[in-house]
Write a protein that binds this ligand. Structure first.
Ligand code: NAP
Length: 305
């Protein structure tokens, strides 16, 4: 069986940046992505306005450029879900839903997935009015009334995006202060068809075939309101995609792989880059930097052991 120097799991900005650095270093490299064109969360971002040199860049276009760059370098990418990684005689076995591969090192770059509200109606109406991606689904709600849940960058960006398509956008956030960048919050507050509902949490999403309402409750009080909306966009953050490394790599209480800027985990031969590793600031630019740093560490590991 062929033995790779590095198997990169994930094809978001961290994984693709790592692929470029690995190929430049002439490492025998293979990249795994769960779906063809997985590409990470950047692909679902409406506008990225803080990636240096690319002002007001469409997220999908930026993600596509990342991929094209790695492909031009000769990236070998396999569309398969990695089910398990296992140590075998000093190397690592990567078991996918298709074939099995052998590699000297593994770079985890599996990123995060959307956090769920876990309230009645959410799962039942998912894809039928409940969405986790405004840029993917917003167009279905033209001239309708919708709600966005959350107070981070994603929620506020989603609200701004939807305000250009929908008749009205409610932003439901559990407290007065926002986590999102102040410039985005100012733009949101100046947008006429956005109504902020602060200090409230969602309780139930209603509807039979499709969403027809959202019930919300005051977080520190008893007041309840029912909003007549046909779409509910959930933007309450993300959780790590960690199923393949739990029990193999040490993680923090939230499930992120414990690794410093050098990408080294506490398990020999396994490295982590991007949103999946413990860090304070999860951004495209920090994920790209992680990819480069991790490959530098992998090169050192492969030459010095
Ligand atoms: P986030 O910053 O973690 O914000 C999540 C929001 O959801 C918070 O406002 C939080 O409320 C709220 N929330 C969490 N659990 C909730 C629950 N069960 N019920 C109701 N509300 C809940 O997540 P994000 O907006 O997805 O952003 C993730 C990361 O990507 C951040 O680091 C962000 O800066 C970054 N990002 C950057 C850009 C950019 O730079 N262009 C764009 C998008 C995302 P509290 O505030 O009360 O905790």
């Amino acid at each position: 069986m062929e033995l790779y120097d590095v198997a990169i799991i994930g094809s978001g900005p961290a994984g693709l940046s790592a692929a470029v650095y690995a190929l430049r270093a002439e490492l025998k490299t293979v990249v795994f992505e769960r779906d063809s064109m997985s590409g990470g969360q950047v692909l679902n971002t409406n506008e990225v306005d803080n990636y240096l040199g690319m002002p007001k860049m469409d997220g999908f276009d930026l993600g596509t450029k990342f991929r094209e760059h790695a492909e031009q370098m000769g990236m070998k990418i396999i569309s398969a879900q990695v089910m398990q990684i296992e140590k075998q005689e000093g190397n690592w076995k990567v078991i996918t839903d298709g074939e099995t591969y052998m590699t000297k090192t593994v770079l985890l770059a599996t990123g995060t997935r959307y956090r769920k509200l876990e309230i009645p109606g959410e799962a039942e109406l998912s894809g039928r009015g409940v969405s986790y991606c405004a840029t993917c689904d917003g167009a279905f709600f033209r001239n309708r009334e919708v709600a966005v849940i959350g107070g981070g960058d994603v929620a506020v960006e989603d609200a701004l995006y939807l305000s250009r398509i929908c008749k009205k956008v409610y932003v439901i956030h559990r407290r007065e202060g926002f986590r999102a960048a102040p410039s985005l919050v100012s733009r949101m507050k100046e947008t006429e068809n956005i109504e902020l509902v602060l200090g409230f949490v969602p309780e139930k999403i209603t509807g039979t075939d499709t969403v027809d309402g959202l019930m919300i409750k005051e977080r520190d009080g008893e007041e309840r309101r029912e909003l007549s909306v046909s779409g509910v966009f959930v933007a309450i953050g993300t959780v790590p995609v960690n199923e393949i490394y739990i029990g193999i790599v040490a993680s923090d209480e939230a499930g992120y792989a414990i690794a410093g800027e050098d990408g080294k985990t506490q398990t020999e031969g396994i490295f982590a880059a991007g949103d999946i590793r413990t860090k304070k600031f999860r951004q495209i630019v920090t994920a790209v930097a992680d990819g480069a740093n991790a490959i530098h560490s992998i090169e050192e590991y492969l030459t010095t052991g």
